[in-house]
Design a protein around this ligand. Structure first.
Ligand code: BQF
Length: 287
């Protein structure tokens, strides 16, 4: 049994994907005389959200995708936000729209996400895109789940017939990831665990692949893993010591065969998948 897991370098794999994408973007621009463009909407001044939006805008620049950053004050009315989204929906030079979450408490997040045109919904949060994913005919894949699937694929980790235990049932990560892992082609057997799961460790210890998407710092420890398990840490938690995942890296990396670090694991893949979705959104307009 390995007593040090292989590190899955998400930063490097994301860089490879961006390099591939940059070539595709050049071809697209040459063939269509159109530059793919992402519009990001940030409401308020949450420091983490500002970092995330910056990451996204910078990543666009690196692959030759245009971007717009629309910053609105925290006290913006929901109506004004909906007006901006309607304008971006109509703007033919904008191919992808993302509304950075979380929104201020006075906004109805579901209503706002439903206002984004499904054809420009590069986060795949619109109910139409969620429905298409559930039915197995996605237009856009949600960025973090897609990033996790790409990490597994590009690391050569087989999922077919494997037992994947997803910990966390959010609409953005856990739920869609469970669907993707169980889908034809990936063919994993999936267990979806959550905060009300009794004896969580009894499930994670049976997992060939553990996906930690709980939002609690260092919640999954080495003793909860089967020796040789693949561990994918989706957590991004800021604590005194800095950025940590939902997995206690120190103990888990002694038991796992493969593990993603935080930072530099799933996070950079999320951003790379957003860029792919933005190019795909632009490609769908060419007819
Ligand atoms: C890295 C996010 C929670 C809530 C809302 C690279 C990101 C993070 C980490 C990033 C995240 C997390 C994003 C790293 C976007 C991922 O090197 O490890 C990139 O920018 N993310 C978001 O937009 O909203 C969130 C987490």
């Amino acid at each position: 049994m390995p007593d040090t897991a292989q590190i899955i370098n998400g930063k490097l794999i994301a860089q490879q994907i961006r390099d591939e994408l940059a070539v595709e973007v050049v071809e697209f621009i040459q063939n269509n005389s159109v530059v793919p463009c992402l519009a990001a909407v940030l409401v308020g001044d949450d420091p983490a959200s500002q970092v995330y939006v910056r990451n996204k805008v910078k990543a666009c620049e690196h692959v030759g995708i245009d971007s717009q950053l629309h910053r609105l004050p925290a006290d913006t009315t929901q109506d004004d936000l909906l007006k901006l989204i309607a304008k971006l929906n109509k703007d033919e030079s904008v191919h992808g729209i993302l509304v950075q979450l979380p929104l201020p408490a006075h906004m109805d997040t579901d209503l706002v996400l439903q206002a984004v045109s499904p054809a420009k919904d590069v986060d795949a949060f619109h109910p139409v895109n969620v429905g298409r994913l559930v039915q197995g005919k996605p237009r856009f894949l949600p960025c973090t789940p897609h990033g996790v699937m790409q990490l597994l694929k590009r690391t050569g980790i087989e999922t077919a017939g494997k037992h994947a235990v997803v910990v966390g049932r959010s609409d953005i990560v856990g739920k869609p990831l469970a669907i993707l892992l169980a889908a034809k082609g990936a063919d994993a057997t999936v267990t979806l665990c959550h905060s009300r799961t009794k004896d969580l460790a009894s499930f994670t210890r049976q997992a060939d692949i553990v996906i930690a998407a709980i939002g609690k710092p260092e919640f999954i420890t080495g003793d909860m893993l089967k020796p040789g398990a693949v561990v994918i840490d989706v957590g991004v938690n800021r604590i005194d010591r800095g950025l940590v995942g939902d997995v206690e890296y120190e103990s888990a990396s002694k038991v796992a065969s493969y593990i993603t670090p935080v930072p530099g694991g799933v996070g950079p893949m999320t951003i790379a998948m957003l860029l792919i979705n933005t190019l795909r959104a632009a490609q769908q307009l060419e007819l």
